[in-house]
Ligand binder design. Structure first.
Ligand code: 13P
Length: 281
């Protein structure tokens, strides 16, 4: 029985210098693969779904499924709504048992971002939940679409958002992007360092984990990143596993389901090892 608050996981990661993986899932197979990896490696983890994915994985089905998986998991698991933009959606996720939410008001001017994040802080406090917010704009949105210009986080704004809202974690834009990268990303570690220096040990978050090199992951963790989001790489691993099963002539639904869970398991396990979250549960 270990459904936990994301704040607890991030505090332990901060104390022991690792990052917790936040793995996006869309169905039961992906949840089962994630739980298998977490239990096998004795790793804490965050299971999450982004608001933009809810047309495929309805909130009132996917959140209770993640919560049930977390409760029966042998290691600590937080359940998170990723990139929430509507307060009604955030509230519904909390009512359904999510232990944390991300409010993404990063496209707004900082004053507006602060105002909205404060509202979410007050809402989450009613549920004892953890809040993540974001400063700066990633090149692509969380469904990997769009190719807008990235705006790197301003470290002074990161600190303003922290001190004026009491948020528990802040996501940065340092050259990372959602979806696979066309060219190897060039992360600006000076932005991470400046944000870290100003924010008094606040757990920082790296989105767009798919396609970032292991070395860059390790440098980010050494620089204060405590939560790393991975979505596309897991979806892709599941697609490949399902494709390989069918290409091999397989036509049994339950074997297909097992292949999908295995695809998620392998990708999530690999990332947990790089993030150093193994043996931390
Ligand atoms: P990727 O799809 O690039 O792994 O990004 C995931 C993410 O940041 C979700 O918020």
């Amino acid at each position: 029985m270990s459904l936990v608050k994301m704040k607890e996981l991030l505090e332990d990661a901060e104390k022991r210098g690792y990052a917790v993986g936040a793995f996006s899932v869309a169905n039961m197979e992906m949840i089962l693969g994630a739980v298998r990896a977490a239990e096998e490696l004795s790793s804490p983890m965050i299971l999450q779904v982004a608001q933009v994915r809810l047309p495929y994985s309805p909130l009132d089905i996917i959140i209770p499924m993640m919560v049930a998986a977390a409760k029966s998991c042998k290691v600590p698991v937080a359940v998170h709504l990723d990139h929430g933009t509507d307060l009604s959606c955030l509230e519904k996720a909390l009512e359904l048992g999510a232990t944390s939410v991300m409010i993404d008001a990063s496209s707004k001017p900082i004053e507006e971002n602060i105002r909205i994040t404060k509202e979410v802080r007050a809402l989450a406090d009613k549920y004892g939940a953890t809040v993540e917010a974001e400063v700066g704009t990633l090149g692509k949105s969380e469904d990997g679409k769009g190719a807008g210009k990235a705006i790197y986080s301003d470290p002074d704004e990161v600190e303003r958002l922290r001190s004026e809202t009491g948020v528990d974690a802040i996501a940065l834009s340092i050259g990372n992007a959602h979806g696979f990268y066309k060219e190897a990303p060039k992360l600006d570690f000076s932005v991470l360092k400046a944000a870290r220096d100003k924010t008094n040990g606040l757990p920082l978050v790296l989105h767009g984990g798919s396609g970032i090199s292991d070395d860059d992951f390790r440098r980010c963790i050494a620089g204060g990143i405590r939560k790393i989001n991975v979505a596309t790489a897991t979806f892709s691993a599941v697609e490949e596993a399902a494709g390989a099963y069918c290409a091999g002539g397989g036509r049994d639904y339950f074997s297909l389901s097992a292949a999908m869970a295995e695809g998620a398991y392998k990708n999530i396990r690999r990332h947990m090892l790089v993030f150093g979250s193994d043996k931390k549960a």
